[in-house]
Structures are given as C-alpha cells and as structure tokens.
Design a protein around this ligand. Structure first.
Ligand SMILES: [Zn+2]
Length: 397
C-alpha cells in the first residue's frame, strides 16, 4: 500500500474541514476535531491556514457551551469561493453564480444555438470567459447538458434532444479557461441539487423531470448512479405506447413523445383546435392554471396515465425512498391523480406504500445543481471518486 505523504494528508484534511464547515454553517475547532476524529493541533493548523486564505472567519465566543474552555465559533466566508452552473437548452443557456453556501449571486440567460454544437460551444466559451473574468473567486464551471454524458471525460455521447453525437465539450472549453470545467447530464445535475436540499442522510432519491425532454436520475449517499454507458435513469426513451408518435431517437412511443412539454402542447393544440404559442415549461404551467376546459383536463389525465406507467419500473429497479416529479403540471389535480393511480395499479402494494412521491416545479434546479457539482468536486480529495459526487461529510476512508 502506498502511504500518503504529509502534504497529501494535510490537503485531504483541509478539504474534509471545508466540507464539514459548509455543512454545519457554524462550528468550532473542538467540534471539528471530534467529528472528523482529528487531533486538535491538526485542526488548529488547518483552520489558521483557511483564515489566512480568507475562506474561514472567527465569529466570537460560543456562549452556549458550558463545558471546558469557551469555544470560538467558526464559519465559512461564503463569498470567498464561487461556482458557476450553466444549463444548455435548445435556444438558450441559463446560468447561475452561487457562493459556497449555494446562495445565488447572479442569475441570467443567454440565447444560444443549442442544435449546432460548433456554434453552441463557441457561445458557451464566451459566456464562461465573461463569468470567469467577473468572478476572481471562481472555483469552476459546471455545465448541464441533456443526453448521455460521460462526466469523467466531459463528452456528450448522444443527445437526441439537441441532435449531438460525440461532442467533446470539456476538452473544447477547458483549453480556453483557467478554472476547471465539469460536464454532466442536466437532469443528474438537478438530482444533485434536490438530494442535497433534502438533507436526509442515508436516503435515496429518484428525480424525474418533465421539460423540453424527459429524464431521470437515481442518487443516494454513494452519489449519482450513472450506469455503464451513462444511460441509467434515461427514462425518456422507454417506450410506453407501441404505436405512439415517432421519437427523435428513431423509436416509437417513447415516454418523451407523450409527456414532454412540446408533446403536451401539441396534444393540447389538437384538442383545443387552436395554436397556443407555448415553448417553455413555465408558460405551460401558467396556461393550465388559467384555463378551465374539459378536453384539456382529459389530455392532462392521459399525460399522467403515461407517466404513471414507468413509476413501477423505477420503484422495482431502484427502490428509492423518495421520488420527485419535477413538472409544470405539479398543481394539476387530474394529472397527479392519474400518475398515482396508474402507478399504484402496477406496483406491489407494500413497495408503493413505502415510497414518498412528491410533485414540484423547480426550473432552476439543473443550473443550481451544475454549480454545486463544482463545489463538491472542490471538496473531493485523492482517493475519492470525484465524479460520483459524495454528499456525505463523514468519509474516513
Ligand atoms: Zn426516444
């Protein structure tokens, strides 16, 4: 076994302390030493270094502790480290800059040519260079892209949604930037955000997103499950209707052709016999909230029925503690009921009763998750798998 040198060990401990402080907001040298099983001397030396670097600050004495000597409260200087998340869509790229406590410092959106990889990479490079020069404290740039993405190499192997094949995104962007670039599937990035938000240790989550496309991601304390060809969770291309519409992937009746935002809008336009001019998920959400129509309710029930058909596979394959369905139809009673009825009919009763299914609409989660992936990567240390991002602080391996 190769022994870790003192500097490597020190770097590892520094990252563990940084992670502990991020997760606990306020702590003390004594509490850190106890929680991470480190000597007080080791913790003191590293904390002094972090204070000198401007990443940690002292917050005065902790008046609530009555045992032993008074403790000095410590906290992360959140704005001393920032991360950028970018979410690539067909016509636009949303971006967000977050501080080390995941608070948004800046949000924005730029027009891009998502279906032209060459142009799109050029536009992403411009955006990244702009944000890199604006934020000196930047730790890196996380990019969420729909499709089969190898997060190690940063290659998009296939994106039916954007029409990309074998696009080496990371290699193209990294050369022009001084900060690290990380590329991952946008739905997997969003799952990272929601898993972390839940703060439920040892829980497992299947996150499902209905947007321009449809995708899913399984995540637990071991990190995101990518599978062997980056396909794990790609439920959008499960066929649920043998004679259904032709999908961009070449197959028929994929879930994406029935429950994605463009699919729902197309169906509503047919049934309501009028053009709706709806492109985005939030526009669809507003439209269904403001419209009362019997044939619309029927379309939304059907949509729920189709989605409900794949929930049993998720439960039986992954057995997650929670399923989050991120959808612009989160407030539509007919849709929610249809999903749950369709799912419960096909799932073992015990299993269905155990899983918590939540509907919500969170258009920012993919971009926030892509930025958080940078923070988690910054805290990962040699020997840890950087890509299967760990969310737990107690890694004593
Ligand atoms: Zn398909």
């Amino acid at each position: 076994m190769v022994s870790k040198g003192p500097s490597l060990l020190r770097l590892t401990n520094k990252k563990r302390i940084l992670r502990f402080l991020r997760e606990h907001s306020v702590s003390s040298r004594q509490d850190i030493a106890k929680a991470l099983k480190l000597s007080k001397n080791t913790v003191s030396l590293i904390v002094e270094q972090l204070i000198r670097e401007g990443k940690v600050r002292e917050m005065g004495l902790d008046e609530t502790s009555h045992v032993g000597r008074p403790r000095i409260k410590l906290s992360i200087v959140s704005e001393s480290m920032t991360a950028v998340g970018i979410w690539v869509k067909k016509r636009e790229a949303q971006y967000q800059v977050i501080d080390y406590s995941s608070r948004a410092m800046e949000k924005g959106c730029v027009e891009i040519d998502g279906e032209d990889p060459e142009k799109c990479l050029e536009q992403l490079q411009q955006l990244s260079l702009h944000l890199q020069s604006k934020y000196e404290t930047l730790l890196g740039i996380g990019i969420g892209i729909p499709g089969l993405v190898d997060p190690y190499q940063g290659i998009v192997h296939y994106s039916s949604h954007l029409g990309w094949e074998q696009v080496p995104v990371k290699a193209r962007l990294q050369g022009a930037l001084r900060v690290p670039v990380r590329v991952l599937n946008n739905v997997k990035a969003a799952s990272l955000f929601h898993f972390h938000l839940g703060k439920k240790r040892n829980s497992s989550l299947f996150y499902l997103r209905m947007d321009e496309g449809v995708g899913g991601s399984f995540i637990d304390q071991n990190g995101i499950f990518f599978g062997s060809s980056w396909t794990a969770g790609e439920i959008g291309h499960l066929s649920v209707e043998d004679h259904g519409p032709l999908c961009r992937c070449g197959k028929k009746g994929c879930l994406e052709t029935l429950v994605s935002v463009p699919a729902i809008v197309r169906k509503l336009e047919e049934d309501l016999r009028q053009p709706l001019n709806i492109r985005r998920a939030d526009e669809l959400r507003t439209f269904v909230a403001e419209t009362a129509d019997a044939s619309m309710a029927k379309v939304l029930r059907e949509t729920g029925h189709y989605l409900g058909q794949i929930i049993p596979s998720i439960i039986h394959f992954f057995d997650p503690e929670r399923i989050i369905i991120d959808t612009p139809l989160d407030q539509v009673q007919e849709f929610r009921q249809a999903v749950l009825e369709s799912a419960s009919r096909r799932t073992l009763k015990h299993s269905f009763d155990q899983v918590e299914i939540r509907f919500l609409f969170d258009p920012q989660s993919a971009v926030a998750g892509a930025a958080q992936a940078i923070i988690f990567q910054h805290e990962s240390y040699p020997g840890e798998d950087e890509t299967q991002v760990k969310n737990q602080g107690s890694s004593d391996r």
